[in-house]
Structures are given as C-alpha cells and as structure tokens.
Write a protein that binds this ligand. Structure first.
Ligand SMILES: C[S@@+](CC[C@H](N)C(=O)[O-])C[C@H]1O[C@@H](n2cnc3c(N)ncnc32)[C@H](O)[C@@H]1O
Length: 302
C-alpha cells in the first residue's frame, strides 16, 4: 500500500494510475461509466474522461455514461461535453449512481470516483446493477474517503469482520498487505492496524461482487486530496481488473443479510465467542499451571 501525504498532485497521480491501468488492460474502452464532476476553477468537467481521451483509451466509439447527483452543476457538465467533446458519445444523467439502471454487459471500464463513503444502497447497486452491466474482464476503480462519520454498513461490516468473518478479515489483510506496521497475528489488542476503513471498503466491494472473480490490480493508493473548502482529506483508490462471473461458488459472503441469515450469524457469533472464551480459559489454565510449577521449582531450589 502506498502512502504519500506530501505530494501536491496526488489526485493527478492516482487518476493517471487508473487510466494507465485501464489502457494497459483494455486498449480502448467500449463502455465507460464515470462520475465526471465539475471543476469551477477550470470550468471543466471529467478530468478522468479527458485523460482517457488523451491516452486514446476513450475514443468517439466509446459509449460513455456519467452520473452527477448535484443539480447545481449537472447542466455545466452536460454543456461542457456537448460543446468540447461533441464528437464523443457522452450521456450525462442527473441522478445518484445508486438509482441508475445500466444495460447488462455494456461497461468495460468504471471509475467510481466517489466523494463519500459507500452505503447499503451502493452495496445493493454494485451487486444487482453494476456487476451484470460489466463485460468480461472489466476494470473498475473505486475511490473512498477516510471519513470520520461512516454509514451503518461500515459498522455492520466491522462487527462481522471482528466476529463471524474474522478469518476472512485476516485473510484479506494478509493477501492485500493491509496491516500497516503491525503484525496482525501478534498484536491482538490492535489487530485492525492502521487501515481499518480500507479493510472494510475492500470487504464491501468483494462481497458486493461475490458472484464474480475480481483481482486487485494495483497497490491500494492512499493519498491526501483537497476538497472544495480547501481542506485536505485522506482518500484511497482501489483498482480491480479481470472481473468476470465465477464458475465456482462465491468465496465471499453476503454482507447484508436476510432474516434467516441473521439468525445463522447470531449463532455463529455466539459459537465464535464461546470458542474465544474456551481458548482464553484454556490458555489461562495452562499459564497458571506453568506458574505454579515454576514456583514449586523455585521453592524446592531455595
Ligand atoms: C471526485 S468528483 C469526480 C472527479 C472526476 N472523476 C475527475 O477525474 O475529474 C465526484 C463527483 O461525483 C458526484 N458524486 C459523488 N457521489 C455520487 C453518487 N453516489 N452518485 C452521483 N454522483 C455522485 C459529486 O457530486 C462530484 O461532482
């Protein structure tokens, strides 16, 4: 995982990495899904799109579909593409991405350059709308902030990763090098390491696309970005590639559970707790037996 807190042009570097990676995987994109955004200083929209055009990842044949939830800037964005990129096939919709419907098998590249944290709606959308819209071997990049206030989905995921999905968390942290400076197995008081939110974000994505194979394509990029108010906020971007339906059973669990799944989880949490208690008691008994033996030996020697 890369952390570069000082570099000014962090966002440009991350955007570059995303576009370069998609270029290397796809050559040219057939269907691009994006959040163009509006830059009031430059009077421009969609820097990611523009870079894609520059690198010839996006061509006039690419069907581009952009979403913007902010009604105050959506007309600027539409006008920008209509005047500056009139030869290109760009549709801009005024809507939350989570409310969108996408044509199945139409997107080979998606850059979900979010400004806020994903929530339950995003999870359901990724699972039910985004996944079937992806073509075989699609590339998806997703940006998330290290928000202090997180949606309920984060608390729910964190709780499950600490209980019934404990093994999955350990596996993810090992596999994706997510424990920062901590050794997760030997720091039991602080096994979440520095990147709790990254572990949660990765879990949410992996579980939402549980019926699909997806590969983390690049190091997870952790960086500081500047908001409209001039504040610097830490963000991270993950790029996934080779996304395609799994032929075997999903390896990741369903995160948002139905009632009967919740009963199973409660049972499995109880079993996990009982196991932890038994293990702790056994360890205590072992330690106290060893301490007694050592004391007896010392007394005999004295
Ligand atoms: C970070 S900016 C996009 C920057 C752009 N990708 C670039 O490279 O220049 C994100 C934009 O998407 C909008 N946005 C954030 N979350 C959204 C969502 N869930 N649905 C629709 N629009 C969203 C924000 O209002 C903002 O204008």
């Amino acid at each position: 995982m890369k952390t570069d807190w000082k570099k000014r042009s962090n966002k440009e570097a991350v955007r570059d990495a995303v576009i370069n990676h998609a270029k290397s995987m796809l050559g040219t994109s057939k269907g691009y899904l994006f959040l163009p955004g509006w830059d009031p200083d430059a009077n421009e929209a969609g820097q990611c799109f523009q870079l894609g055009v520059e690198k010839k990842l996006i061509t006039p044949e690419t069907r581009c579909i952009g979403f913007e939830c902010d009604g105050g800037v959506v007309d600027n964005i539409s006008n920008f593409f209509a005047t500056k990129y009139s030869d290109y096939d760009v549709k801009v919709r005024h809507s939350y991405l989570e409310k969108s419907r996408l044509e199945p098998n139409s997107i080979d590249f998606a850059f979900l350059d979010f400004t806020g944290n994903v929530n339950e709606d995003t999870y359901h959308w990724m699972r039910n709308i985004l996944a079937p819209a992806l073509t075989e071997n699609a590339v998806v990049a997703i940006t998330q902030p290290f928000g202090r206030e997180v949606p309920e989905l984060f608390n729910l995921t964190k709780e499950r990763l600490a209980t019934d999905l404990d093994l999955m968390r350990k596996a993810l942290m090992k596999q994706f090098d997510l424990w920062g400076e901590l050794d997760i197995d030997n720091a039991p008081g602080n096994i979440w390491g520095k990147y709790t939110l990254v572990v949660i974000g990765l879990t949410i994505f992996k579980c939402a696309l549980r019926g699909y194979h997806s590969q983390l394509a690049h190091e997870i990029m952790v960086y500081h970005d500047k908001t409209e108010t001039g504040n610097h906020i830490p963000m991270y971007t993950m790029i996934f590639d080779q996304i395609r339906p799994r032929t075997d059973a999903p390896v990741y669990p369903e995160l948002i559970l139905r009632k009967e799944d919740k009963t199973m989880t409660t049972r499995s949490k109880a079993a996990f707790k009982a196991h932890t208690t038994r293990r702790a008691n056994a360890l205590f008994a072992k330690r106290s037996a060893a301490a007694k033996k050592a004391w007896r030996t010392r007394r005999a020697q004295a």
